[in-house]
Write a protein that binds this ligand. Structure first.
Ligand code: UD1
Ligand code: UDP
Length: 374
């Protein structure tokens, strides 16, 4: 361990790992810092997939995940576990990312110890505490006491300033998911075998337009998920379309999707993909159907329109640029908007072209077309 300032980076889920690994690589390479990593293990398999591909070996792993965990029990385990790690590490700064339970508890445990908090992906706001739930409140909690607010866009920075955060503490950085995409794309170019595992499905669905799909949001459990499943069933009834859906490991998602969609000819329900294969899925898809946060950013960066199965989004830039559209979870709306993208050339063209306007969200602003996972 070298360096003078100890930075403890805390994360626990797949998207946090993806959006933090570029920063961890940078910290590791910078002699001014001693980089320490604590994973909560809020996710297990899906987190480990990212750690492995990015070559991150955590110094601490709390392994907190339990099947179908509740928010309160998870929060209790996280807060006490992360606090103990901070007492051992005594970092100068704690870094958290985004809006998960791990991020919120990591920030809170640091605050309780008067350790400055740096928040990556700060300032995202939907303005609705129930959508996304509980993430909107998690972000606001972190933002209320963080000392370094790393906002991905000017819109996010403005949201923080509106909450009376000192502008000197707000830094517009661009979005680290774009760094992650560049990194993984370069790696796939050097090692094509890393993303070759979809070949069987590509063959099975040859001649069809592929729709890549993900869904996992807690606020969509119940009616929302059933609406989404119904829409997919109807979309996949088209002979010219196939849906590839890596199903999130949350049992609430799997129960509905397996019950509704298993066995359909034009639907492949598959296990969560590792990051290179997911990048490949976006690349071979005509469009993405998702309620994910990260996929709303990645799909446009790869020139793919995205239909966002949510009522609202804390990432309005994609919608404003015309590359993302909010479609909620009503089956009729999802089916109609998907058909519009598939059948109306102008609608599709507008979505795909707006990628140029979206580039501002990347940290290094390279053209999206340079990213093209094989
Ligand atoms: C969490 C985040 C959400 C983020 C999502 C990314 C919170 C409150 N929610 O939601 O913001 O968008 O991660 O995917 O922090 N599971 C496994 N293996 C895994 C991962 C999950 O089996 O690798 C199952 C477990 O049964 C677990 C359940 O999924 O209890 C829920 O995981 P949890 O992290 O609580 O919620 P997510 O819905 O994944
Ligand atoms: N992702 C992945 N494999 C998959 C599905 C998604 O690697 O099978 C990646 C995706 O590239 C994105 C991130 O996981 O970077 C998004 O995670 P998720 O949708 O679970 O969470 P959210 O972004 O909504 O918080």
């Amino acid at each position: 361990m070298t360096g003078t300032r100890t930075i403890l980076t805390v994360f626990g889920t797949r998207p946090e790992a993806i959006k933090l690994f570029p920063l961890l690589h940078a910290l590791e390479a910078d002699q001014r810092f001693a980089s320490r990593v604590c994973v909560s293990g809020q996710h297990r398999g899906m987190l480990d997939q990212v750690l492995e591909i990015a070559g991150i070996v955590p110094h601490h792993d709390l392994d907190v995940m339990q099947p179908d965990q509740t928010l309160d029990a998870l929060t209790a385990r996280l807060l006490t576990g992360l606090g103990a790690v901070m007492d051992t590490e005594k970092p100068d700064v704690v870094v958290v990312q985004g809006d998960t339970a791990t991020a919120m508890c990591g920030a809170l445990a640091a605050y309780y110890r008067k350790i400055p908090v740096a928040h990556v992906e700060a300032g995202l706001r939907s303005g609705n505490i129930h959508h996304p739930w509980p993430e909107e409140v998690n972000r606001k909690v972190i933002g209320s006491f963080a000392e370094y607010h790393f906002a991905p866009t000017e819109t996010a920075a403005e949201a923080l300033r509106r909450e009376n955060i000192d502008p000197a503490m707000v830094h517009v950085t661009g979005n680290t998911v774009i760094d992650a995409l560049h990194w993984i794309t370069g790696k796939i170019e050097r090692e094509p075998g890393l993303a070759s595992g979809l070949a069987g499905l590509e063959q099975r669905f040859a001649g069809k337009r592929i729709i890549g799909m993900t869904s996992h949001r807690r606020e969509n459990f119940g009616d929302g998920m059933r609406g989404i499943a119904d829409a997919v069933k109807r979309i996949a009834a088209r002979p010219d379309v196939a849906v590839i859906f890596p199903v999130h490991l949350n049992p609430n998602v799997r129960a509905v999707m397996n019950a509704e969609l298993a066995g359909l000819d034009n639907v492949a329900l598959i296990e969560p993909l590792d990051y290179p294969h997911f990048a490949r899925l976006i690349a071979i898809s005509t469009l993405m159907l998702t309620d994910s946060g990260g996929v709303q950013e990645e799909a446009p960066a790869l020139g793919k329109p995205v239909l966002v199965m949510r009522e609202t989004t804390e990432r309005p830039e994609g919608v404003e640029a015309g590359t993302a559209k909010l479609v909620g979870t009503d089956a009729d709306t999802i089916v109609a908007e998907t058909a519009r993208l598939l059948d109306v050339a102008e609608a599709y063209g507008a979505g795909a072209q707006s990628v140029r306007r979206w580039q501002v969200i990347g940290t290094d602003c390279r053209t999206a077309r340079e990213i093209n996972p094989r």
